[in-house]
Design a binder for this molecule. Structure first.
Ligand SMILES: NC(=O)c1ccc[n+]([C@@H]2O[C@H](COP(=O)([O-])OP(=O)(O)OC[C@H]3O[C@@H](n4cnc5c(N)ncnc54)[C@H](OP(=O)(O)O)[C@@H]3O)[C@@H](O)[C@H]2O)c1
Length: 329
């Protein structure tokens, strides 16, 4: 079968090689999933470069989330072949025609009629946004949420989930097209943060109160400015550093303004509190079925073009999620 492999670390478009590898066999406690669709994520690029917090042993196949059908079941696994699932070989393994995952914690059943594109986009981004908003920031109905990079993968999920929770959403994004996308996703106000100062917009829209929750996948200057428009008892959730600079949080400022800066490393919940991931999956499927969330798909990418599209993903030229279908090409 075909799989994208990394033998040495570097930019994905340099180091990823499409290779014929052996068909996987499930070990005890494992299943093999035939991949219908896999998502391209920003962290896949970081993983290829060795810049992600987890570093799989070389050679490895990137791809932390996929969806497909169980085609082989290992010893001790009480699951049927033919079950449609989201498979989470997190952080690596999904850019292949088949992937082996642990039955416990690695697969999440999905309805038969859920399209593969939506299912492949429903896990990492939506789980991260859900944990960021609810578990880390205790979002309440009626609060104001400021979502940065709202047209990105986690940002678009955060806009939809904040709206589904009854929050008011203000979003930022780079450029007119992305700002329009944020509005369509449910942001009441969307700011092009390359053109306009979002601090003033948030203060004016909230009559000086500020944003109760700030969801920040960008960091750097965006974080520094966010501190100026966070509400009394507000929570800034640190999600990522796509802007490139890791900002400092001056503790005296947190003290005088009574706000919190909280970190989010969603992947850790897989080891620490896995039952929360299962609960969240069930909640996400329910929200999808109720029409309250619907993953924004930028493009379904031919499997052969995964490295180039990972490059595109790091150049701010995409929105929502990019998906590839390994078995379709
Ligand atoms: N903490 C966690 O558990 C967790 C979970 C999932 C993802 N993440 C992290 O969250 C971040 C976003 O992930 P994603 O999947 O949403 O990525 P994405 O779809 O590529 O979106 C990232 C967005 O960041 C913005 N951005 C600002 N400056 C940028 C720059 N210099 N280069 C590239 N993008 C820039 C872009 O939006 P604009 O053009 O609108 O500015 C872009 O759309 C990543 O750092 C990822 O590792 C963290």
């Amino acid at each position: 079968m075909r799989a994208w492999q990394v033998h040495e670390l570097g930019d994905p478009w340099e180091v990823l090689k499409l290779e014929e590898v052996e068909e996987p066999e499930p070990g005890p406690g494992e299943v093999v999933v035939e991949v219908e669709a896999a998502a391209l994520n920003f962290f896949d690029a970081l993983l290829c470069r060795g810049e992600y917090q987890e570093r799989p042993e070389l050679p490895f196949t990137p791809g932390g989330e996929a969806t497909g059908t169980i085609v082989a079941v290992g010893e001790g696994v009480d699951l049927e072949e033919g079950l449609r699932v989201i498979a989470t070989p997190f952080p690596s393994g999904g850019y292949a025609e088949k992937v082996t995952v642990p039955a416990q914690g690695g697969i999440f059943p999905i309805p038969d009629d859920m399209p593969p594109e939506a299912a492949a986009a429903l896990h990492v981004a939506y789980q991260s946004a859900f944990f960021g908003l609810h578990r880390r920031a205790y979002l309440s109905e009626g609060e104001t949420v400021l979502v940065h990079a709202g047209a990105g993968g986690v940002g678009s999920a955060a806009i939809q989930l904040a709206r589904a929770a009854g929050a008011r959403v203000i979003s930022t994004a780079g450029g007119a097209e992305k700002v329009e996308i944020c509005r369509k996703l449910g942001a009441e106000i969307a700011v092009d943060y390359e053109q306009e100062n979002f601090v003033d917009v948030v203060k004016e829209a909230t009559e000086g109160h500020g944003a109760d929750v700030i969801f920040d996948p960008v960091g750097g200057d965006v974080f520094d400015l966010s501190r100026r428009c966070v509400a009394f008892e507000g929570r800034i959730v640190i999600v990522g550093f796509t802007g490139g600079r890791i900002a400092e949080a001056p503790t005296n400022h947190l003290l005088v303004k009574n706000y919190s800066v909280v970190g989010l490393h969603w992947g850790l919940y897989n080891n620490k509190i896995p039952e929360l991931i299962v609960e969240t999956h069930d909640a996400l499927v329910r929200l999808y079925e109720e029409g309250k969330i619907d993953p924004l798909i930028f493009e379904t990418v031919p499997f052969e073009e995964v490295p180039q599209k990972l490059e595109l993903l790091t150049t701010r030229k995409t929105y929502g999620k990019l998906i590839t279908k390994p078995s379709a090409s």
